[in-house]
Design a protein. Structure first.
Lengths: 384, 291
């Protein structure tokens, strides 16, 4: 499915210097391509992402575009299948000839698209979580969400604060979960946390009691960390309470949407997870530079779609804004210059945190971008 | 040790009961029409989605389940009437492919009607776990196993005690002879689809509080149900029930004792082994044509 948001505004508004650089390029729209998992198992990530891209492309155009040029958005839905993501990426590069690609909702889709953008030399800002996307650094690949490594670090820091050293891990059998598992193993070693159990479950499993029973019978475990996306972690949470396990339960940032609390219901009470400032927008301190951005984004999103904002929507917003900001600074859409401009993004305040990229860091977020939150009475509460 | 085994068994029996219902659905339709209906999983999905969304909008649960059930039956009859019946002269393989097409169509339709997100249905009688000899289970598991049990018995009685049921049974044994003694075979096929759909829909509704419902929930449940039906011997009702329970328990034991990563593989290893080594299943007697 393709959706084209053709510009409705032809007028060239002199917003920045870019408008002066020449009439020919000013008339061309900025072609932004996107591969999003708007349907399929990752749709709860992809659906808000797609909506946000469309909403903000529209808003930017109504405000006169970027550097006098309108934004033309082409979105393809990969349905959560990595092979489709790859073929749509090819189409975006070869037949749509886009200037920049935002997307790859899942790690698997992103990794399928990565070699193609590297070969096609098109800047690519992924919306997926795993650290493998930007480590090792790929010349044309960037990402906006926090990595699983950061999530693991944040959780282990919290464990240490509580004086716990023995962790049981339950990870999902998906790109996100597998990468999260690897990172957790690595971070645990670095930080002196002992992993006493290492279980997995399938992304569509409806019952995880077998795995959790093993953990319950493991006397050494002091806390449990779940690494997964979507309904899986909610199933784990329900089974966890069903089995009467009382150890502290941690989730990854993969469930940082109200959907998780709604699905898991009362079972989610007391669960802790690292999340972007966006989910606790109103609880952030007024001095927090992110506060203004996230409160504004939340307002716009909730007014437009009358549904609760999720961090995934925020990742798409950040991706689009970083790309457009780079277009401004690069003075056009020359791909090499645009890539350099994205890499030089500095101090961009987004929904995920404050982004400062470099040649070595194609994500640009520090651990401060994460806040530890706890589910209290069906809502997120900042852990102080 | 024992508590652990018991825990796995309980988990396996719960999900196995749903596989059994799905497997029974496959068998009923297979008996009446020799079609393997791969839209069976979608009937489960319709039941789960309808009951979750209707209760969310204030309809009492029993009514929601009834509406879901009725909706699924209508859909089942429509699939039989407009897809399967029209291609009556086509080969069995073609008919099976038609049902796969129907399942994809139904999933797409459901996505349009209900959206793509996961729906939550509250457990029928609370979520306080029941402790049992060191194992624990959700009260909903009892509902699942209980409903499946009641339905299976009811289906058994229907086939053996009522005239309609006997007519359906007769059709499965010999279609031509059944036609000769005045059984309306076409209606038998329609009835079999409606019956399977109703079974699936109730299964979907009772299992929804455990699994959540979403438009793609039927894919895996349908395939596992198919495994159950094949394991029990296609067309053999009690066989399908036993097959479902075996697949469910094997999965849970596999996840518990071998590795949770291979949980789904267990069912598919079973189906491969059955097709290779005993294509008639555990209980199937006659040498039916396999596809």
């Amino acid at each position: 499915m393709r959706i084209r948001l053709l510009s409705t505004m032809a007028a060239v508004v002199g917003l920045t210097l870019g408008a002066v650089t020449g009439a020919a390029s000013a008339a061309d729209p900025i072609k932004v391509g996107a591969i999003i998992s708007a349907t399929g198992p990752a749709s709860f990530l992809g659906d808000p992402e797609k909506k946000v891209l469309e909403l903000y492309a529209d808003r930017v155009n109504q405000a006169g575009g970027v550097a006098g040029r309108t934004v033309q958005l082409t979105v393809y839905d990969d349905g959560g299948a990595a092979d489709k993501a790859a073929s749509f990426t090819k189409r975006l590069i070869e037949s749509d000839k886009v200037d920049v690609i935002v997307g790859g909702t899942t790690t698997a889709a992103t990794m399928a698209a990565a070699p193609l953008v590297e070969r096609g030399e098109v800047p690519f800002i992924s919306l997926a979580g795993a650290v493998v996307i930007v480590e090792p650094v790929k010349k044309w690949v960037f990402k906006t969400p926090h990595t699983d490594r950061m999530a693991a670090e944040k959780v282990m820091d919290d464990l240490k604060k509580r004086g716990l050293t023995k962790l049981a891990l339950v990870s999902e059998d998906s790109g996100f979960g597998k990468s999260g598992r690897e990172q957790t193993l690595a971070v645990a070693k670095e930080r002196g946390i002992e992993l006493v159990a290492d279980e997995t479950y399938g992304a569509k499993d409806t019952d995880v009691t077998a795995q959790l029973t093993k953990i319950r019978n493991n006397a050494a475990a002091q806390a449990v960390l779940v690494f997964g996306l979507g309904q899986g972690p909610a199933v784990v949470t329900k089974n966890y309470r069903q089995l009467g396990i009382t150890l502290p339960l941690y989730q990854s940032h993969g469930v940082a949407s109200k959907e998780y609390i709604r699905l898991a219901g009362g079972a989610a009470e007391g669960v802790r997870l690292p999340a972007a400032g966006l989910v606790v927008a109103s609880q952030l301190a007024d001095s927090d530079p992110q506060k203004k951005v996230v409160v504004e984004f939340t307002k716009v999103y909730e007014e437009a779609f009358s549904s609760e904002v999720s961090t995934f929507a925020g990742h798409a917003y950040d991706g689009l804004m970083i790309a457009l900001d780079a277009v401004k600074r690069a003075g056009g859409t020359d791909k090499a210059k645009l890539r350099d401009a994205i890499e030089q993004t500095k101090g961009y305040v987004g929904t995920g945190g404050i982004v400062t990229m470099s040649a070595k860091d194609h994500m640009g977020l520090s651990l401060d971008a994460f806040h530890m939150v706890e589910v209290k009475q069906g809502d997120w509460a900042l852990v102080k | 040790m024992f508590a652990e085994l018991l825990q796995y068994m309980l988990s396996g029996l719960t999900i196995g009961a749903i596989y059994a219902l799905a497997g029974l659905g496959f068998s009923i339709i297979y008996n009446a029409s020799h079609v393997i209906n791969f839209a069976q999983g979608e009937f489960i999905m319709i039941g789960g989605m309808a009951s979750a969304t209707l209760t969310a909008s204030g309809v009492p649960l029993p009514l929601a389940i009834l509406i879901g059930c009725g909706g699924a039956m209508l859909v089942g009859v429509a699939v039989a009437k407009f897809a399967v019946e029209r291609a009556r002269d086509a080969s069995t393989v073609t008919l099976i492919i038609i049902t796969i097409g129907a399942s994809i169509f139904l999933r797409g339709l459901a996505e349009l009607v209900w959206g793509k997100d996961f729906k939550r249905l509250d457990a029928f009688s609370g979520e306080t776990p029941i402790q049992f000899l060191g194992a624990s289970m959700q009260p909903q598991s009892l509902w699942v196993v209980g409903c499946a049990g009641v339905l299976i018995v009811a289906i058994g009685l229907f086939f053996n005690k009522t005239l309609t049921g006997k007519a359906m049974l007769a059709t499965s044994h010999n279609r031509l002879a059944a036609q000769l003694v005045g059984i309306d075979v076409k209606r038998v096929v329609l009835a079999s689809f409606a019956l399977s759909a109703a079974l699936g829909a109730v299964g979907g509704a009772v299992v929804a509080p455990i699994t959540f419902s979403y438009t793609e929930m039927g894919i895996m449940l349908g395939l596992k149900g198919f495994t159950a039906a094949v394991l029990g011997g296609l067309g053999h009702g009690p066989g399908a029930v036993a097959g479902g329970l075996i697949v469910g328990v094997a999965e849970a034991l596999g996840a518990g004792y071998i590795s949770s990563a291979y949980k789904d593989a267990v069912a598919f290893v079973i189906i491969l082994a059955v097709l290779l080594f005993m294509p008639n299943g555990l209980f199937g007697k006659r040498g039916a044509e396999r596809v």
